[in-house]
Write a protein that binds this ligand. Structure first.
Ligand SMILES: Cc1cc2nc3c(=O)[nH]c(=O)nc-3n(C[C@H](O)[C@H](O)[C@H](O)COP(=O)(O)OP(=O)(O)OC[C@H]3O[C@@H](n4cnc5c(N)ncnc54)[C@H](O)[C@@H]3O)c2cc1C
Ligand SMILES: Cc1ncc(C[n+]2csc(CCOP(=O)(O)OP(=O)(O)O)c2C)c(N)n1
Ligand SMILES: [Mg+2]
Length: 568
């Protein structure tokens, strides 16, 4: 039966299992919106198209399923750019659908015409311009296949207005993806398994570097088994957090620029690094010349372009981590490294000292207190969506995540404004989960218009603004590296409580430690969205810190008053 391109779009989305899309209408996408009314699709009307992309991204990160965002041509499409780039850098599978001017008008600077496939070429895994209704089904199927297979990533499908309006035969089966040049199913060669197993057997000071790939591949159990069998400690990247429970005895915590001191020291002293689904980001390695110089390196990675990109490795096992580990595990004997374990225990010191819960209340409210109390009150079981800045790092340090996909954060692009919309996507994807937004006073103001979306759609997210009156992370760099010249970092903020109330969101303001717990409890008991403005110490800094490009072991340590380790 013939259907319009607009109808075929929704038919395909439903067949792909999509029930919710995040979007904003306009002229060039109107035929598709009109067709949408005939289908059982939940459309979440955002307030800015950037929000739609972050929502689709949050949806994808919370579940592993493809998230879908939709917008009109021109400004609608260009507003999506930041969200697409965010998804690209963190390998998040989203499909963005944009309307385009009529095919005959392309290239004429028509009203709201932007060459969005040109604009997004470097920030999409792949993108398409569809000019005929006949091509809608095959393109949508391909887009979902590309977004979700191999190394996931964003795909954009730009559909001209006439392709949405005209009719074509809808043939789902005939539209199955046929992509000769795209083969994401790599498998390592057998001799490489042998080489890796030999290095593992010989290692005396091994460390696993666990990244986002362990969750993307569904390999978290296998990584844990591998670690337990070989008694190998595990260091996590920011995006790996949650993949291995924080309370697992072999989980060391986060590595890198704001990682735990003992983790970075262990990496520098290691004789074998097992990089599982991580890409040696510069925030992870510091100075490459001095990075883990005594360690052999094994890299298990699905994308061949990542191998030997930043760090030269001794053995690369290119393939899906879960499949590779399933084959590698039987080749690896059970082992122990008593001296290494003792050294690590020594480095770590008494980690209970880091527990700031019992430090005396000196009248100052530190962000770390807020995060620590939030962790305790939610029993570590919330899905926390963070924005970018100091609060993001404190969340990573003080909220102990035990479940995969329970920390959602923009790592690679570091996109301020990500948290609030991404949390909407996460809550829509997992309505039964308790979802908290941890966001800075700066980043909140970048996408706070989505409070209106939250109210219109009754999205039950709880929002903790870590309000330090500064673009805190930049202020910290100015303090450390620019002699405290605070150029353009102090913020004059609105009254966040009254602002939230104006949107119709229940809100509180908290400025003392004693009020943190009761406010979190009140927020949890309230059905519906709640915002808490936590007015924290203004000039606190995130420690430890490896200055950009410095040696990983050259960390700036916290002078006082929150103690990090007994070894301080
Ligand atoms: C303010 C700020 C501070 C930061 N500080 C730190 C820090 O201190 N420490 C830190 O770790 N990060 C930090 N980051 C984040 C950092 O920039 C990177 O985003 C992060 O380190 C990347 O982690 P990753 O390599 O695990 O994830 P990704 O960048 O998502 O890479 C995952 C890798 O896994 C691969 N992969 C995907 N699927 C599979 C599969 N099925 N099988 C095998 N491989 C797969 C991918 O190809 C990719 O190479 C910071 C970010 C910000 C914004
Ligand atoms: C869109 C965007 N613009 C600028 C930056 C640079 N930047 C990184 S952290 C930061 C400060 C964030 O301030 P705030 O949201 O208040 O969080 P805080 O660091 O104070 O916790 C800035 C400006 C960014 N990451 N993203
Ligand atoms: Mg701030």
């Amino acid at each position: 039966m013939k259907k319009t391109g607009g109808q075929i779009l929704w038919e395909c989305l439903l067949k792909q299992g999509v029930h919710t899309v995040f979007g904003y209408p306009g002229g060039a996408i109107l035929p598709a919106y009109d067709a949408m009314t005939q289908y059982p699709i939940r459309h979440i009307l955002v307030r800015h198209e950037q929000g739609a992309t972050h929502m689709a991204d949050g949806f994808a990160r919370a579940t592993g399923q493809v998230g879908v965002a939709i917008a009109t041509s021109g400004p609608g499409a260009t507003n999506m750019v930041t969200g697409i780039a965010t998804a690209m850098l963190d390998s998040s599978p989203i499909v963005c659908i944009t309307g385009q001017v009529g095919s005959k008008l392309i290239g004429s600077d028509a009203f709201q015409e932007t060459d969005i496939t040109g604009v997004t070429l470097p920030i999409t895994k792949h993108n398409y311009l569809v000019t005929r209704a006949d091509d809608v089904a095959s393109t949508i199927r391909e887009a979902f296949h590309v977004a979700s297979s191999g190394r996931p990533g964003p795909v954009l499908v730009d559909i001209t207005k006439d392709a949405q309006q005209s009719s074509a035969e809808f043939d789902w089966d005939g539209a199955a993806p046929r992509m000769r040049g795209y083969r994401p199913d790599y498998r390592p060669a057998q001799p490489d398994f042998e080489k890796a197993a030999a290095l593992i057997r010989e290692a005396k000071r091994p460390v696993i570097l666990a990244g986002r790939g362990i969750t993307l591949s569904g390999a978290t159990d296998l990584v844990r088994q591998f670690a337990e069998r070989t008694n190998t400690p595990i260091a996590m990247t920011l995006l790996g957090i949650g993949g291995i429970p924080a309370n697992h005895p072999l989980n060391l915590g986060m590595m890198g620029m704001h990682g735990e001191a003992w983790v970075n020291t262990a990496i520098q002293e290691a004789d074998l690094l097992l990089a599982f689904g991580m890409r040696f980001d510069d925030r992870v390695t510091g100075n490459l010349k001095t990075y883990a110089v005594n360690a052999k390196k094994i890299h298990v990675e699905i994308d061949p372009a990542e191998v030997n990109k930043n760090v030269k490795v001794d053995v690369a096992l290119v393939g899906d981590l879960r499949e590779v580990l399933a084959d590698l595990l039987p080749l690896v004997p059970a082992g122990d490294h008593p001296e290494w374990s003792a050294r690590i225990a020594d480095l770590k010191g008494d980690s209970a000292v880091r527990d700031i819960q019992n430090l005396p209340d000196n009248g100052h409210l530190y962000a770390a207190h807020v995060i620590n109390d939030l962790w305790r009150e939610t029993s570590g079981e919330a899905v926390v969506v963070t924005d970018v800045g100091q609060h993001q790092m404190w969340e990573a340090q003080y909220y102990k995540h035990n479940a995969p996909r329970s920390l959602i954060t923009s790592g690679g692009l570091g996109t301020m404004g990500f948290a609030l919309p991404a949390a909407v996507g996460a809550k829509v994807a997992r309505p039964d989960a308790e979802v908290w937004v941890v966001v800075g006073d700066g980043g909140f103001q970048m996408t706070m218009c989505e409070l209106a979306t939250i109210v219109q759609e009754n999205i039950d997210v709880k929002i903790a603004i870590i309000n330090n009156g500064y673009l805190g992370m930049v202020r910290q760099w100015q303090e450390f590296f620019y002699e405290k010249r605070y150029a353009a970092t102090p913020l004059v903020n609105p009254n966040f409580q009254r602002l939230a109330e104006a949107f119709g969101v229940k809100a509180m303001t908290v400025s003392s430690r004693a009020d943190v717990k009761p406010s979190v409890d009140a927020a949890r008991q309230h059905k519906g969205p709640v915002l808490i403005d936590f007015q924290v110490e203004q000039e606190d800094s995130v420690y430890p810190m490896v200055p950009a490009g410095a040696d990983l072991h050259a960390m700036i340590r916290r002078p006082s008053p929150i103690v990090e380790t007994a070894a301080d």
